[in-house]
Design a protein around this ligand. Structure first.
Ligand code: NAD
Ligand code: ZN
Length: 252
């Protein structure tokens, strides 16, 4: 069923939370919009302003790497200022109660970890933009160091000492999905009896396969999103409202 009434949604959701044994929150960009980080697909979202740069373009052309870093640093104020929102805090509360041992996210903003969930319990399907790695030797680089380089070299990030390109630790379109997080997410999906899809349009694959996998495995599926999603029809409950308003009731 689709619910647009917050009070009613919260009651239904509370019921499902209390009667579930193991919840798997699965989050997308919508949980972080109230924290000042725009999503991709909402009106005014990032993609209405600039199309994404695919991985092969990043690797093939210096100008694309320069442009990728220019965009990343243009967003830095927003990422640096962002604090966990009501949705993150609610999910951290479910984690602290032992109800949600793992959180799977498509987000790259580090806000689940900042809300108090240990990094080991956060599965990042698309990586993390708050640091960078060398694509060849996987050495880690801090963004503050890269920014200093970037400013000193007139807007260019130099390559790693091994010769590899340095890129934020995120998964771009066309870049292979990371093995360990995919495995971890699959196991968590098969173990849960309540799958909570929060703030995702559920169109990015393979990430969008997880709600489907959970449902086929017998879990109940709840979708919280202010716009319709790909899987509304198969969900047990669709909450069509603001994530923060709904989940605020679950903050301990
Ligand atoms: P998306 O942009 O495709 O979908 C976000 C959904 O959230 C939209 O359907 C929108 O209607 C909804 N939404 C936004 N704010 C909401 C709110 N306050 N309450 C209720 N619903 C709200 O995002 P996606 O499905 O996560 O896929 C986009 C990809 O972009 C992801 O893979 C992610 O890696 C990346 N991304 C991440 C961030 C981030 O880390 N914060 C931001 C933008 C994009
Ligand atoms: Zn290297």
């Amino acid at each position: 069923m689709i619910s647009t009434d917050i009070k009613h949604s919260v009651e239904r959701l509370s019921d499902m939370v209390e009667t579930s044994r193991r919840i798997l929150p699965f989050t997308g960009a919508g949980i972080s919009t109230e924290c000042g980080i725009p999503d991709f697909r909402s009106p005014g979202g990032i993609w209405t302003r600039m199309p994404p740069i695919p991985f092969d373009a990043f690797v093939a052309r210096q100008e694309m790497r320069d442009e990728t870093w220019r965009r990343r640093f243009a967003m830095e104020e927003q990422f640096r200022a962002a604090q966990p929102g009501r949705g993150h805090r609610a999910l951290a509360s479910l984690h602290a109660r032992g109800k949600a041992p793992t959180i799977v996210t498509q987000n790259i903003d580090n806000l689940h970890q900042m809300s108090g969930v240990p990094a080991s319990a956060v599965v990042e399907l698309h990586g993390n933009t708050t640091y960078a790695i060398c694509l060849d030797c996987e050495k880690r680089f801090e963004l503050s160091w890269i920014k200093a380089q970037y400013d000193a070299y007139q807007g260019r990030v130099r390559d790693c000492d091994c010769g590899g390109f340095i890129k934020t630790a995120t998964v771009s379109f066309g870049q292979p999905m990371p093995d360990a997080p995919m495995r971890h997410a699959k196991n968590a999906t098969l173990e849960c009896d309540l799958f909570l899809a929060v703030g995702s349009s559920l169109v990015v694959w393979p990430a969008a396969g997880f709600p489907l996998m959970a449902k086929r495995n017998g879990a109940r599926l709840v979708i919280i999103n202010r716009e319709p999603t790909e899987f509304d029809e198969i969900a047990d409950l669709v909450v069509r409202g603001d994530i923060g308003d709904v989940l605020a009731h679950f903050i301990l």
